[in-house]
Design a protein around this ligand. Structure first.
Ligand SMILES: [Zn+2]
Length: 257
């Protein structure tokens, strides 16, 4: 599997980082995880052709994770896309995404390619292509918004952490989380690569928690420039074992496992 950190930024717009997004590629499938504000420029900057993307998975509905979706679909159309596009979303997002695209004047009748919505339930294994699948688990990233649930009952508070699996390789991606406990949502699995967001937990607490994870390598993403400074300082004063295990990702970084 090939992993590309398309962007590593937090929800704060920056001139130096795009919002966090990944492309995970198996032999025959390129999956984009999250399509926040600016995703089309982020892909251009990574020299990723829009139409090589087979599917897009949206982890949750914060703008830095999904607001760039209509403009990316327009770019695919301009680039003369013909092959279908899969959109993987939690079942509670389907109507929101369909409506968002329609209200951006993306009418299915005017596209030369089909958009296939593939909804998932919490904890369900969903196939992506041949020998490529994922499981999403709801984390606590949006639990602070629960107090508004009664006033806005149609709003989904689902936020996915992911386990992606291809043949004999496993990747865990926390996406945005709410607490360090969310890091251990897939603790029954050992992964070949663990990708952790670094914006919603205090850096020292985060490094201490992720050091306990059984995995080959941990890459940190979704950090602001301020987080980056603290994380770099903490890692610099950590043991050589931790420094070998925990790596701070950067935009356009690609690796293979
Ligand atoms: Zn978020």
């Amino acid at each position: 599997m090939k992993i590309t950190f398309v962007g590593t930024g937090s929800g704060k717009s920056s001139l130096n980082q795009f919002h966090s997004s990944l492309v995970i590629s198996s032999e025959s499938y390129n999956l984009l995880i999250d399509a926040g504000d600016g995703i089309s420029r982020a892909l251009l900057s990574n020299e990723i052709n829009f139409n090589t993307i087979n599917g897009i998975l949206i982890t949750h509905l914060h703008p830095d994770h999904f607001a760039g979706l209509p403009s990316l679909i327009v770019q695919m159309k301009i680039a003369n896309r013909k092959k279908p596009l899969d959109i993987f979303i939690h079942q509670s997002f389907k109507n929101v995404i369909i409506d968002f695209l329609l209200r951006s004047y993306i009418f299915p009748e005017r596209n030369k390619f089909e958009i296939q919505y593939k909804t998932f339930k919490n904890n369900q294994v969903l196939k992506i292509g041949n020998n490529f699948s994922f499981i999403a688990k709801n984390n606590s990233h949006l639990s602070k918004l629960k107090e508004y649930e009664a006033s806005y009952p149609s709003i989904s508070l689902y936020s996915a952490s992911l386990l992606l699996q291809s043949e004999d390789k496993k990747i865990i991606y926390t996406s945005d989380i709410g607490s360090v406990e969310d890091i251990f949502l897939f603790k029954e699995f050992s992964s070949d690569l663990f990708i952790c967001e670094a914006n919603h937990n205090e850096p020292a607490l985060l490094v201490e928690a992720i050091s306990k994870i059984e995995t080959e390598k941990i890459y940190l993403t979704h950090f602001s420039e301020d987080n980056l400074k603290s994380l770099s300082e903490i890692l610099a004063s950590s043991t050589s074992e931790i420094r070998r295990k925990i790596i701070i990702a950067e935009d356009c970084l690609s690796l293979e496992i």
